[in-house]
Design a protein around this ligand. Structure first.
Ligand code: KG4
Ligand code: ZN
Length: 348
């Protein structure tokens, strides 16, 4: 089946995403976020996220079909994130996707959220089909508030290998926690980026987790950010205990430098080790200005082609899920049996 019309649903975290694609052409990408409701807790509250999905899903479906200029009965299939993510949040999307598919008499495809992030790179708009398509193999570095993962993608629908992931906090979570330590509002990533502009990234040498020789045998492609966060907290406390001012810009810039360094050191190492001259970035942390800059510098120096989809396709969204669903259909995969569940730790 060529160029199927697919509606994708994404509810694994705090974004209610509905996207509609025809093959690799993006027709609409509607996102409602419950971010504001989580702000006062300093992080995503699972039940609040699930309840918001329940309220937002149908309006988002209506908005997405209107924007795409289609009616629901035209779609060929529904694709939905079945994991990994927050269980309650996932269950709302999975339930809604099954209900929609059954009501329309159309197949449903359960897909993996992380693989969906890679699928985002396939999408082109109707008036711009010029960009080169996703090429294989590629290394993918996915960094958001919920995940920090390094994948080796030989084929999107049949051969994706998880090389490593965070063993504690996600990178975005570390940005959010450090922002809180510095008295900056949630979400912390954009705030740290902003204050770091005038800071000195070499002012404080914060630790790079899992990069010592002793860690590298077991955790070559894994990440750890909780030690870094604790180290920032301790540094700030010592200043406060001594009644000295905290140089917020320097702390933010030095922290950001440590995160960016560790992410790209490991991503470039994976490209070199597996002789893969391509690196794809995805996830909300890709908005980070310093991360984008250092990624460009280091991939350039190593002869690696860098791919970064537009930010609206990097953050969690339904279009990437629809794109992956369309690939599964075009590769001849069978739809999911209707008794599939939500799996918060779904492997790639
Ligand atoms: O992919 P995303 O929108 O959603 C989920 O994780 O669900 O990512 C949000 C995360 C938050 O932790 C936020 O602080 C981080 O991405 N983030 C950033 C920046 N913008 C957003 N982190 C670092 N620098 C940024 N400019
Ligand atoms: Zn994500």
């Amino acid at each position: 089946r060529t160029n199927p019309l697919v509606l994708g649903m994404e509810t694994s975290c705090d974004e209610t995403g509905i996207g509609i694609v025809r093959g690799t052409t993006l027709l609409s990408n509607t996102i409602a976020s419950s971010m504001d409701e989580h702000a006062r807790y300093g992080g995503v509250v699972p039940e609040v996220a699930a309840r918001a999905h329940l309220e937002e899903l149908v309006p988002a479906i209506r908005a997405a079909t209107a924007e795409a200029g289609i009616s629901l009965d035209e779609i060929d299939a529904v694709a939905v994130t079945s994991g990994p993510g927050l269980s309650g949040a996932l269950m709302v999307g999975v339930g809604a996707a099954k209900a929609l598919a059954v009501a329309l008499g159309k197949p449903v495809y359960a897909v993996n959220h992380l693989v969906g992030h890679v699928g985002a790179d396939l999408l082109r708009t109707e008036d711009d089909q010029t960009d080169a398509p996703l090429e294989y193999p590629t290394i993918a570095l996915l960094v958001s508030g919920g995940h920090t993962s390094l994948l080796l993608v030989r084929d999107l629908v049949s051969d994706v290998e998880l090389l490593g992931e965070t063993i504690d906090d996600a990178a975005g979570e570390a940005f959010d926690k450090v922002a809180r330590i510095l008295g900056l509002p949630y979400p912390g990533g954009p705030q740290i980026d902003r204050v770091a502009l005038v800071g000195n990234p070499a002012a404080i040498r914060f630790p790079r987790g899992l990069s010592q020789t002793k860690d590298m045998a077991r955790h070559r492609y894994d990440f750890s950010f909780s030690g870094l966060k604790t180290s920032v907290a301790r540094w700030v406390e010592q200043r406060q205990d001594a009644s000295e001012p905290v140089p917020i810009a320097d702390v933010a810039a030095s922290f950001r430098e440590a995160v960016v360094d560790i992410l790209l050191t490991k991503a470039v190492a994976a490209c070199v080790d597996f002789e893969v001259p391509r690196l794809l970035l995805g996830g909300g942390v890709i908005a980070n200005a310093r991360l984008r800059q250092v990624a460009a510098e280091r991939t350039d120096a190593a002869g690696i082609a860098l791919r970064i989809p537009p930010l609206s396709l990097c953050t969690d969204n339904g279009a990437m899920i629809a794109a992956l669903g369309a690939q599964l259909i075009m590769a001849g995969h069978e739809p999911s049996a209707l008794d599939f569940g939500a799996d918060s730790t779904l492997p790639v």
